[in-house]
Design a protein around this ligand. Structure first.
Ligand SMILES: Nc1nc2c(c(=O)[nH]1)N[C@H]1C(S)=C(S)[C@@H](COP(=O)(O)OP(=O)(O)OC[C@H]3O[C@@H](n4cnc5c(=O)[nH]c(N)nc54)[C@H](O)[C@@H]3O)O[C@H]1N2
Ligand SMILES: Nc1nc2c(c(=O)[nH]1)N[C@H]1C(S)=C(S)[C@@H](COP(=O)(O)OP(=O)(O)OC[C@H]3O[C@@H](n4cnc5c(=O)[nH]c(N)nc54)[C@H](O)[C@@H]3O)O[C@H]1N2
Ligand SMILES: [Mo]
Length: 765
């Protein structure tokens, strides 16, 4: 870490000059300043490539610059001119590399050759693709399929993902955990019971008509910056925006469009949120229940006065189920408890209810601040309850908007990457390929970790991602991992998951989506689904990083062919020659969703998959949209019921200079941090009470009594505007603190936004 550490409040808006400077600095470091800008012009265009950063919607009419600060960083990071040099692994043992930072590992550049781990010399050694496939196939054939796990990180295309899921089932298991198990699985579990759909219900055009935007636990300026454009348009129309977030995230406060010369030159800013409520971590159920309570009270008063109702009685009667029980719970809730748990005053919640009651339509946006809690699923359902009270699903300008993470994480689920066999058309697969698919539930991410620790999982194959760094319980995971028989990583860049390996270990380098993917039938396109259910094409634009790289479909096919007995119904080689044939296969498996796939996806900018909830068709057991009442206001059912004064709730967050475990740099501009990630953001009152000065060095230890010590150290106390009782620090540095069992009920998403911790002062470094 060469940069100087500096921590001071940042006064600029989201976007603006700071964003241009940040992009330029990354393009320069990746030696892509000249070509990078030309490549970026083809980002998120029908004829171009789909951004490899977030999953925000691709508009029908793309603007000239359809990219953002962080999309540009992700592009520069992938098309970097840096390459892992040929002698790199001769110079560095794997044990030595374990001492490197996440940033330094990936900053070496693109991986170029398939490699096998040589345990004797503790080094990665080049092998041929054929030898790699042969040995992986032989190992898999010798293992019990259900003792193996095929993980996928949410970036791989629909084509690759379909092949990956199909390979797992042909081989004999449903152990298909996905990064979404750590992310929006609370959405995928929560929404179907509420509204009969696993995904958000709004389209981009709804932003043009909405009369209110509510946001919960999402950091737009860093994680989905292109969403700032529709937010800015709405703000300019005077649409109220009410944000609930423990931290004052700059993107929800103010924005200057870096693509508008006028705004840049005049330094004009648009305010984004009209109201900002710093809810306590885990306090959203209480906050939303308070809003619902005030809404019902307002409705009673309106009925008494003979004025317009505050809730949509007709919609509730025709379209919903469970209103009575929910309303009774809201009415019975105690204001003092709601205030204490949410950290917000009754007046603020009542004001939100009054604004909501005046709005003809409303969109509710949310992210990890809701899903990554013990109550993640109930948090999601609570947002829907609020929307249902005023009929805000299935009408223009209204709906629920979970902002997904990885660029194709939603699409992977659509084409069969799921550990839940009931979500996959197994009968159709059986008929299409003439085999008997496994029917029992597979392992999700937490269960895969449990299996690895217990020794019941014997092999782990990873389609992208950085599993060991992204999951909880780092120490136990790293201890257990070397006992795996086989580990295979399909990756673009070096990361921590390549430094903890099984007995037989392979590292297989692949093309990224921005690179030209030349196959027998010519250059190939792939497809992805964005967070608004739009299926769109992506075609690589720049020359591959190296001649030996293979595409993800080619690698998946290579392993599958080496593992499975030949089957004339599985034309793996033809699929790799022409991805259009994979799309035909996807259409045959999912005819309703993908009718006319190969034609429609290349017409204009793609197509939306059908979503019944958008038309108020409720595919639930009751046939209605369901009000679902939360069980309690408690956050951590397994930890102490009485709050302890020395225990804080740790929120793990992303900086503006990272994409998950990929660390571009050490700045977090919006939060005023530069030169370090080892920061603990603290409420000044808490810090004073605990005797910690601004700048003090501390260690963090998990405050649960399960016999496992969990500790990270070397953090710098930073006084910050954060509610009392909460503190925040970066992911993945804090993952060793998360107990594996500390996850959302039902969805098993690790509860990374509320980890009980105690602080210990350390001698300053
Ligand atoms: N540049 C960039 N883009 C990304 C990513 C990235 O790392 N970098 N990651 C991608 C991925 S995979 C994902 S899933 C998304 C993640 O994007 P987000 O959903 O925005 O996730 P986080 O950055 O974890 O931040 C969550 C927000 O929730 C707030 N929060 C924490 N606890 C609570 C709570 O209890 N209640 C409320 N109301 N708020 C809370 C935090 O202060 C923070 O602002 O972004 C995607 N896009
Ligand atoms: N404490 C805490 N933990 C969290 C979270 C949190 O908020 N707090 N967030 C969770 C969330 S939302 C998520 S989604 C997970 C993320 O978990 P993952 O998706 O597993 O991790 P990433 O960091 O996105 O993976 C980065 C690696 O992907 C590889 N890669 C990049 N591009 C490609 C490609 O095109 N193809 C292939 N094959 N490989 C590629 C590179 O080698 C890179 O090092 O982490 C979760 N963990
Ligand atoms: Mo995610």
């Amino acid at each position: 870490m060469s940069e100087k550490i500096r921590i001071r409040p940042y006064t600029g808006p989201a976007g603006g000059w700071g964003s241009l400077r940040s992009v330029e600095s990354v393009l320069t470091k990746q030696q892509r300043l000249a070509t990078g800008n030309a490549t970026l012009l083809r980002q998120n265009k029908p004829e171009g490539y789909s951004c490899v950063s977030c999953s925000w919607a691709k508009p029908d009419e793309a603007a000239t610059f359809e990219y953002c600060e962080n999309g540009a960083k992700a592009t520069a990071w992938e098309i970097t001119r840096r390459r892992v040099p040929d002698d790199f692994f001769a110079r560095h043992t794997v044990s030595e590399l374990r001492g490197w930072t996440d940033h330094d590992l990936e900053a070496e550049g693109r991986l170029l050759r398939p490699m096998r781990l040589d345990h004797a010399s503790d080094r990665w050694v080049p092998v041929s693709w054929e030898a790699a496939f042969r040995e992986i196939g032989a190992e898999l054939r010798a293992l019990e399929p259900r003792s193996t796990v095929f993980y996928a990180s949410g970036r791989a295309s629909l084509e690759t993902s379909y092949m990956w899921g199909l390979f797992a089932r042909l081989y004999g298991h449903n152990n298909l955990p996905d990064s979404s198990n750590m992310c929006h699985e609370s959405t995928s579990v929560g929404l179907p019971e509420s509204i009969g759909a696993p995904v958000g219900t709004i389209l981009l055009e709804d932003f043009k008509r909405t009369e209110l935007i509510l946001s919960f636990g999402q950091n737009v300026g860093t994680n989905s910056p292109r969403m700032l454009h529709p937010l800015q348009e709405a703000a300019k129309r005077g649409v109220p925006m009410i944000t609930f977030n423990p931290l004052r995230e700059r993107g929800w406060e103010r924005f200057t469009n870096p693509q508008s010369p006028r705004e840049m030159l005049t330094r004009s800013e648009t305010r984004i949120s009209s109201h900002y409520h710093q809810v306590k971590a885990g306090g959203d159920i209480a906050a939303i229940l308070g809003i619902c309570k005030a809404l019902l009270e307002g409705d009673d008063a309106a009925a008494a006065a003979g004025t317009a109702p505050w809730i949509d009685h007709a919609f509730i009667a025709e379209h919903t189920h469970g209103f009575g029980a929910f309303a009774a719970a809201a009415r019975a809730a105690d204001w003092a408890a709601l205030e204490a748990r949410s950290g917000l005053g009754r007046a603020a919640l009542a004001e939100t209810a009054a604004i909501y009651a005046r709005s003809g339509s409303a969109i509710a946006v949310y992210g990890m601040g809701l899903t990554q809690h013990r109550t993640g699923v109930e948090n999601v359902r609570m947002v829907v309850n609020l929307l249902l009270l005023r009929g805000n699903i299935g009408k223009p300008g209204a709906g629920v908007l979970p902002v997904r993470g990885h660029s194709n994480v939603q699409g992977q689920r659509t084409v069969g990457i799921s550990e839940k066999p009931e979500l996959v058309p197994l009968d159709r697969l059986a008929e299409q390929y003439g085999f008997t698919p496994p029917r029992e539930s597979g392992l999700n991410t937490v269960e895969a970790c449990e299996g690895i620790i217990a020794g019941t999982v014997r092999a782990f194959l990873s389609l992208g991602g950085n599993f060991i760094r992204a999951v909880p319980e780092t120490a136990a995971m790293e201890e257990a991992w070397p006992r795996l028989r086989l580990t295979v990583q399909i990756s673009t860049k070096l990361n921590r998951s390549h430094l903890v390996n099984g007995e037989v270990a392979y590292l297989l380098p692949c093309l990224g989506r921005i690179e030209v993917d030349e196959q027998a039938a010519g250059p190939q396109s792939v497809t992805c689904e964005d967070t608004m259910t739009k299926i769109h094409p992506s075609r690589g634009q720049v020359a591959p990083a190296g001649p030996e790289l293979r595409s993800e479909p080619a690698i998946v096919a290579g392993i599958a062919q080496a593992t499975l007995p030949p089957n004339p119904r599985l034309p793996w080689a033809d699929w790799v020659a022409d991805y259009g044939r994979v799309r035909d296969a996807i259409e045959a498996t999912y005819p309703e969703t993908f009718a006319g796939f190969n034609t429609r996806v290349f017409e204009g900018s793609g197509f939306h998959r059908p979503l019944p909830a958008r038309q108020r068709e409720w595919k639930t057991e009751t046939g209605k949209a369901n009000f679902l009442t939360p069980a309690s206001l408690e956050e951590n059912p397994d930890t102490a019921v009485a709050p302890q004064p020395d225990v804080l709730q740790l929120i793990t967050i992303r900086s503006n200079d990272q994409f998950n475990t990929t660390i571009y740099g050490y700045d977090d501009r919006f939060r005023g941090v530069s030169g370090t990630r080892m920061v603990l953001f603290m409420n000044a009152g808490d810090a004073a009470r605990l005797g910690l000065a601004d700048g003090a060095a501390v260690a963090l230890a998990t405050a649960v009594e399960d016999g496992i010590p969990r500790r990270v150290e070397g953090f710098r106390v930073t006084y910050y505007d954060i509610p009392a009782g909460c503190c925040a620090a970066y992911y993945p540095e804090c993952n060793p603190l998360i107990p594996l069992w500390h996850h959302a009920e039902h969805s098993k998403v690790p509860a990374a936004k509320s980890i009980p911790v105690r602080l210990q002062a350390m001698a300053a470094a």
